[in-house]
Ligand binder design. Structure first.
Ligand SMILES: *Cc1c(COP(=O)(O)O)cnc(C)c1O
Length: 379
């Protein structure tokens, strides 16, 4: 049955037998209350008050010294504004993997740039530096930057990306939206999401971590009307600040992160153990062993996603095709240029998000494993 620590976390009572694809858990009211009381005393509710400032400082401690953290209303905006802060030529191409959440591509378009969809590695599902190197020669126009995406929280080969950046001068940004756990260096500008569905959430929120002080200052300015200390707009900008309420939830989430991380690891290991007799299922490398994330995306036999999904649905088990067939398949991006996307197409037919939550019980895990076993057997 359900195992939980002595913390404020309690199992969720589910009235139905349906196992949801995701069941986020943010700090509960009691954990946030002490921070809300500080707000009552400080009478500061936004504009970089003490809570958000403390939250940013604690986030920065997770990265190398000299890292600045700039929070933002969400990771999509943080990506858009980071691209703007890089001052790339208008209408330039930004090489991105098609296999990502649509937010990556939306951020590029919102920054006045054009996504160039490229394929990913069949093993780790991520864009490879070699693919971008190739595209630099063959793209339909000059490539202004590239965004590499940390697939569902796995970390790409950062050394390879540093080498590409240093050799070509191409700006590299890391969309580590789902990678709160594994994003621990910031010499490549790194954007992390704090959305409720991610592994550490405040509801809506995100941040950029960077060792480039100039980039951090520019992004900050873009999130707050172009102000730089004084109430003078130096540049065209917007309002993308987080409030003290988000800071309060973020601080409470960080207070229990170490134990929450262990609970994610433990649940993931139970999932892996329950599925050891299903050799057709492949987990992401290191998932639940070296790193944690809030989703359980697995690789199934090629072409089986639809059948497995229906079979699980019939057994009241919800699944989610988190990145579905890739961004390029969405009507919004019909006009965007693309390379060969064979691997992405294959992943669209074979990757499925199984139910996963930090407090998923052993009974639920067994049910999913059994249902998956019978679904695979009847393929
Ligand atoms: C979740 C996610 C985003 C968007 O993050 P928000 O904070 O919801 O805007 C962007 N990219 C990837 C890869 C994501 O998983």
């Amino acid at each position: 049955m359900f195992v939980h620590s002595a913390s404020a976390h309690r199992p969720i009572e589910r009235l139905s037998q349906v196992i949801p694809a995701a069941c986020p858990r943010l700090p509960d009211a009691d954990a946030v209350l002490p921070y809300l009381r500080r707000m009552d005393a400080a009478r500061t509710y936004s504009n970089f008050g003490p809570l958000l400032t403390a939250f940013e400082a604690r986030l920065a401690e997770r990265f190398e010294t000299g890292t600045a953290v700039v929070t933002c209303v969400n990771a999509t905006q943080a990506l858009t504004l980071t691209l703007q802060a890089l001052d790339l030529p208008k209408g330039g191409l930004v090489a991105i993997p098609s296999y990502t959440f649509v937010a990556t591509a939306h951020a590029v378009v919102a920054a006045g740039l054009i996504p160039l969809f490229l394929d990913v590695d069949p093993e780790d599902w991520m864009l490879r530096p070699a693919t971008v190197r190739e595209a630099l020669k063959q793209a339909p126009g000059p490539i202004a930057a590239t965004i590499v995406v940390a697939a569902f929280g796995a970390m790409p080969d950062l050394d390879g990306w540093r080498a590409l950046r240093d050799e070509t001068g191409l700006p590299v940004v890391l969309d580590a939206a789902a990678a709160f756990d594994t994003a621990r260096t910031a010499d490549i500008p790194t954007v992390v999401s704090l959305h409720a569905t991610k592994v550490l959430g405040v509801g809506e929120g995100g941040f950029l971590a960077t060792t480039n002080a100039g980039l951090a200052a520019r992004l900050r300015q873009l999130t707050t009307f172009g102000f730089r200390g004084a109430r003078v707009s130096d540049i065209a900008a917007t309002n993308a600040k987080l409030s003290e309420y988000a800071g309060a939830v973020g601080l409470a989430a960080l207070d229990t992160w170490d134990s929450d991380r262990l609970r994610f690891l433990r649940t993931a290991r139970l999932v892996r153990a329950a599925m050891t007799y299903l050799p057709e299922i492949r987990f992401q490398s290191g998932w639940g062993d070296d790193w944690v994330t809030s989703v359980c995306s697995v690789r199934l036999p090629d072409g089986s996603v639809g059948a497995i999904e229906r079979s699980l649905q019939d057994q009241d088990i919800q699944t989610r095709r988190w990145w579905d067939r890739g961004c390029h398949a969405n009507p919004a991006f019909n006009e965007c240029p693309r390379g060969d996307l064979q691997v992405t197409e294959t992943l669209g037919r074979s990757v499925l998000g199984l139910p996963f939550a930090v407090d998923m019980g052993e009974h639920e895990i067994s049910r999913v494993a059994a249902a998956l076993g019978s679904a695979l057997a009847s393929l």
